[in-house]
Design a protein around this ligand. Structure first.
Ligand code: SF4
Ligand code: F3S
Length: 266
């Protein structure tokens, strides 16, 4: 089949909470509507599918087969690797076999043009991999050998998702850092960009969340977390954790959450 002008996209939801899909609903420029109708050809996404059952599975497999080398694979949620992936059954395939997230990712990744992990769980395991992690949750990059573009965050900011997809559409692969994150969004720490940075330098610290002053002594992880939240802000660009009086808990870090505990310190 002739490749479509808009890239065919398969979005798999594995071991996660669908929070990144919900976050994407909040996209402003482009909107979700523009993304779906003008930019990509979304073939499969279990929250957004207009149909269910066999027709959807047919479309999914037709895309993998006929658009091999052309479709983009977006993964949300961690890959559950324990018990051969049986902690996460995605769907029943055309041969009536239960397909795990682990099997689906391994089968589809080699055929995808780009693999994009959205949210901390898909990138690095995230909350799904928190101790004691009985399901063996891991980031996509740990189970496939292809390059995975990681867009972390819990959830990922809608701009981080749409911006990365736009870059892929217009210019191809964005520059990635050592954790395979697009540098354009994760090149600086929250601390470098924070509006309370001067208070940090001046030694003006908050004693409790909600107080004025730098939140470092309350447990802020801004100094060790790379993301542009202070400039970009959330919820249609109106607020972000420190501005709301709560320390950054490092939700975009590859080590979130276990490596950043305790979140609060007071
Ligand atoms: Fe850095 Fe956090 Fe203080 Fe902002 S509030 S200056 S990110 S330690
Ligand atoms: Fe997350 Fe810290 Fe940004 S908690 S939303 S990375 S300010």
């Amino acid at each position: 089949a002739k490749p479509s002008a808009k890239p065919p996209v398969i979005w798999l939801e594995l071991g996660g909470c669908t929070g990144n899909s919900i976050s994407l609903d909040n996209a402003v420029n482009p909107t979700l509507y523009q993304l779906l109708f003008d930019m990509i050809d979304l073939r499969y996404h279990w929250l957004l599918n207009a149909a269910q059952g066999a027709p959807v599975i047919d479309l999914l497999y037709d895309t993998v087969e006929r658009e091999a080398g052309n479709f983009w694979l977006i993964v949300e949620g961690a890959v559950m690797t324990a018990a051969d992936g049986k902690f996460d059954i995605l769907f029943i395939d055309r041969r009536d076999q239960a397909v795990t997230g682990l099997a689906a990712v391994r089968a589809m990744a080699p055929k995808a043009k780009y693999i994009i992990a959205v949210g901390d769980c898909a990138c690095y395991g995230g909350p799904s991999a928190a101790y004691p992690n009985p399901g063996g949750a891991k980031g996509v990059g740990k189970v496939v050998s292809q390059t995975v573009i990681n867009i972390p965050g819990c959830p990922a900011h809608p701009d981080w998702i749409t911006g990365t997809l736009t870059h892929l559409l217009l210019y191809g692969m964005p520059q990635l850092d050592a954790y395979n994150r697009p540098k354009m969004f994760f090149g600086k720490t929250v601390h470098e960009l924070c509006q309370r940075r001067q208070q940090f330098e001046d030694g003006i610290f908050a004693d409790f969340p909600g107080d004025d002053g730098c939140l470092y002594k309350v447990g802020c992880k801004g100094p060790v977390t790379h993301a542009d939240c202070p400039l970009r802000q959330w919820n249609h660009y109106v607020n972000w954790p420190v501005k709301a009086g709560t320390p950054c808990i490092g939700c975009a870090s590859p080590y979130f959450p276990d490596g950043l505990m305790p979140f609060y310190n007071y």
